[in-house]
Design a protein around this ligand. Structure first.
Ligand SMILES: [Zn+2]
Length: 256
């Protein structure tokens, strides 16, 4: 195994353990999954039924992009057909079954600049995403303070609830393509209504930072909703933070 693959395995295991820490309330039991791109043809993704908190190396499955990306264009598939496609995507046929969400991981890791993906079900973020369209849309489209912009980007993708698996992967692609067209860059954060949260980034550090900052923002949003309601930064203020050279310097220093 090459040094660079060894480093990526170590980094994604650490990210998984960081996201799975019980006191953070981001994921419990088998919730959530992580992935990282290994090379142009393959990526690693958490195995089905495993736990982020104590994920082990043999529970990361190496999968081929070319076996999973066609599912983004597939018509309705039965659960059995999806299970077969997931098993057929493994580089090592003795490896465990990849997570059912491996299809959206494959899609996001195929976008430029995205090397790592972390999916969780954070408590405060889900308080908002389970509160209907109004709060969900405000949380996705508005920004409330500068560090939220630095870690989570100036806007997030919002995906309505659909069945987890290939239908969700297809909807994530549709909404992400719309975002890329409008914003001219890939998203840092994707919000799944009545489900959870996805952070995408160039490094495991940027995925962890986006997740922790989004959860902190959600707690502030929910707290502010109990008083006067959350107030948003103006689009001018958001654009200013987003393009300031000192904020870009901070992003580089934090390896975001
Ligand atoms: Zn999920």
């Amino acid at each position: 195994m090459s040094d660079s693959i060894r480093e990526k395995i170590t980094a994604v295991l650490k990210l998984s353990h960081d996201l799975g820490r019980e006191e953070r309330g981001l994921a419990m039991l088998g919730e959530g999954n992580t992935s990282c791109r290994l090379d142009a043809e393959t990526f690693l993704v958490k195995a089905s039924g495993t736990s982020l908190a104590n994920l082990e190396e043999n529970q990361l499955v190496r999968c081929r992009f070319e076996a999973l990306l066609p599912l983004l264009a597939a018509a309705a598939m039965t659960d059995e057909e999806v299970a077969q496609a997931l098993l057929a995507s493994r580089v090592d046929p003795t490896a465990p079954k990849p997570s059912v969400e491996a299809v959206f991981h494959a899609y996001l890791l195929s976008l430029p600049g995205i090397e790592v993906v972390g999916h969780t079900h954070p408590i405060a973020v889900n308080q908002i995403l389970c509160a209907g369209d109004g709060p969900s849309r405000r949380f996705a489209e508005e920004r409330r303070f500068p560090d939220e912009i630095v870690c989570c980007g100036a806007k997030s993708v919002l995906v309505p609830y659909v069945d987890p698996g290939t239908v969700l992967a297809q909807r994530i692609r549709e909404e992400t393509e719309r975002f890329v067209q409008a914003e001219n860059r890939p998203p840092r954060v994707i919000l799944l209504q009545n489900h959870g949260f996805i952070a995408c980034g160039a490094t495991t550090g940027s995925v962890l930072a986006a997740t922790l900052m989004a959860e902190k923002t959600a707690r502030i949003f929910v707290g502010a909703a109990m008083m006067n309601g959350p107030t948003a930064l103006t689009p001018q203020n958001v654009a200013r933070i987003d393009t300031r050279p000192d904020e870009h310097y901070r992003q580089r220093m934090l390896k975001l």
